[in-house]
Design a protein around this ligand. Structure first.
Ligand code: TYD
Length: 205
């Protein structure tokens, strides 16, 4: 049995990561890998219910951080860890870097508290690879405006997303071996080429 691999995908809203995750799942399955595609907040029945609250219900920053980590704990214990133990590749649309970027940098919530929650919830577990779809907030905002009604995060102003982007940059600087940074302002085809180069360098799969 091949060893499980844990990949997360990050970026500000409108970065376009979802279609690339679907493509990657197909790419891995074509190579005979078992793949779990999942997302945060969410990925389990309980965590999806928490997601609804976090995305649509007003609450203070600590409540938001606790709910996001509660969802993560359930997801990790009941789905991600069993899938990794069974040798699957787990493709997770957002993980804890999003909490540091959105709750930490975006909302200005205490990073030390987030680090404590991270260690309680994850017990040292981190993605093996995190693909950050990076692009300027103005480009992402134009893309979002074209497609859908905004949730509690998507309706934030450009300054919020500048902080979120800076939050991702700090996480990437702190753990450069885990992060691969893609220029997500490029066309979808050009982003895919970058993603393929990352896969090439991180194989075998
Ligand atoms: P997103 O992943 O963009 O899904 P969709 O494409 O369906 O909108 O939305 C999730 C939102 O949740 C996004 O705005 C970021 C936010 N979020 C946090 O604030 N903290 C977190 O820890 C996570 C995982 C997500």
């Amino acid at each position: 049995m091949r060893a499980g691999r844990f990949l997360s995908f990050e970026g500000i809203d409108g970065a376009g990561k979802s279609s690339h995750i679907e493509w990657l799942a197909g790419w891995l399955r074509a190579r005979g890998r078992e793949v779990l595609v999942t997302r945060e907040p969410g990925g389990t029945e309980l965590a999806e219910r928490l997601r609804e609250l976090v995305l649509h219900q007003g609450m203070d920053a600590l409540t938001e951080a606790l709910l996001v980590f509660a969802a993560r704990r359930d997801h990790l214990v009941t789905r991600i860890e069993p899938a990794l133990a069974a040798g699957a590749v787990v493709l997770c649309d957002r993980f804890t870097d999003a909490t540091f970027a959105y709750q930490g940098a975006g909302r200005g919530f205490d990073l030390g508290v987030l680090a404590t929650l991270e260690s309680w919830v994850q017990q040292g577990r981190q993605p093996d690879l995190t693909v950050w779809f990076d692009l300027p907030p103005a480009v992402a905002a134009a893309r979002r405006a074209a497609v859908r009604a905004p949730d509690r995060f998507e309706s934030q102003d450009e300054a919020f997303f500048e902080r979120v982007r800076a939050g991702y940059a700090r996480r990437a600087e702190a753990d450069p071996g885990r992060f691969a940074i893609l220029d997500a302002a490029a066309t979808p085809e050009a982003v895919r080429v970058q993603l393929e180069a990352v896969l090439e360098s991180r194989g075998p799969w």
